[in-house]
Design a protein around this ligand. Structure first.
Ligand code: CIR
Length: 253
């Protein structure tokens, strides 16, 4: 169960964030509104939400998930794969200092985006992506081992981050799309297959027995509800224009 979420208000400069989506530039005013709704959804799941101020120096900084991995026993400040995002870690590191968890940082030459990290109880699956390298997986393994956590790597080819294509919904239930439907490493999960046409809905967020789903993907939402979860639809259209989804917008711990 989670108690807190940390989010970072989008900055005006977000319209210049990294994007491969070909969906045009985000509408900043609408993005701020969607971000407020996202915060309300987190609160309706019972979380206390810590809101960090916007930072115009970092266009992608609203995607706070990539900068930090918070586990039950420790916090890991990442070293984002995109050079333009490296400085984002300073603010999150300061904000996490008030919590009673040891904080360790990933060091060069390792890179790690926490959007590539999926927690399943005491095990962490890490996507080897354009953003996360083998040294990143190796360092994370060494940082987490003393805390009783294990790590394994998963190669990926068609998505930006591991959690762009899969979401763990607890109870051994894994929402998966595309290449992740057939990975041997994931064969032990009960897989809920996301329709090819609803790829964006593979990024959902489990929070205390509810699931946030992106608005507009009714087939996936129905599939999740059939498993007995209550869902909350949240519109993240403006963040999708920067290749971001629901999970990228918060840390949950
Ligand atoms: C980036 O390319 O880094 C941002 N435009 C999007 C980051 C999305 N984060 C995520 O999937 N965890």
């Amino acid at each position: 169960m989670f108690t807190y979420a940390m989010v970072k208000t989008p900055c005006k400069n977000m319209i210049n964030g990294i994007s491969h989506a070909n969906l045009g530039k985000p509408d900043y005013t609408l993005a701020v509104k969607q971000h407020e709704h996202y915060i309300q959804a987190l609160q309706s799941c019972g979380l206390e939400v810590i809101v960090l101020p916007p930072d115009e120096a970092f266009a992608d900084s609203t995607f706070i998930e990539d900068t930090c991995l918070v586990t039950g026993r420790c916090t890991v400040i990442t070293r984002p794969g995109a050079v333009s995002r490296r400085g984002e870690t300073r603010a999150v590191s300061r904000a996490m200092a008030r919590f009673d968890r040891p904080i360790t940082g990933i060091q060069a030459p390792a890179t790690l985006d926490a959007g590539d990290v999926m927690m399943v109880k005491d095990h962490f699956y890490v996507g080897l992506s354009d953003r996360t390298n083998a040294a990143g997986v190796d360092q994370l393994t060494k940082i987490l081992a003393p805390h009783g956590y294990s790590v394994s790597a998963i190669g990926l080819s068609s998505v930006l981050h591991l959690k762009t294509g899969i979401s763990y919904l607890e109870d051994n239930c894994l929402l998966a799309w595309g290449e992740f439907l057939y990975k041997p490493e994931l064969a032990g999960f009960k897989i809920l297959p996301v329709d090819e046409a609803e790829a964006c809905a593979a990024n959902c967020v489990w929070i205390n027995d509810r699931v946030l789903v992106p608005k507009g993907y009714e087939k996936t939402r129905a599939m999740i509800e059939d498993q007995g979860y209550e869902t909350i639809a949240v519109d993240v259209s403006e963040f999708r224009k920067l290749d971001g989804g629901l999970s990228c917008l918060s840390l949950r711990f």
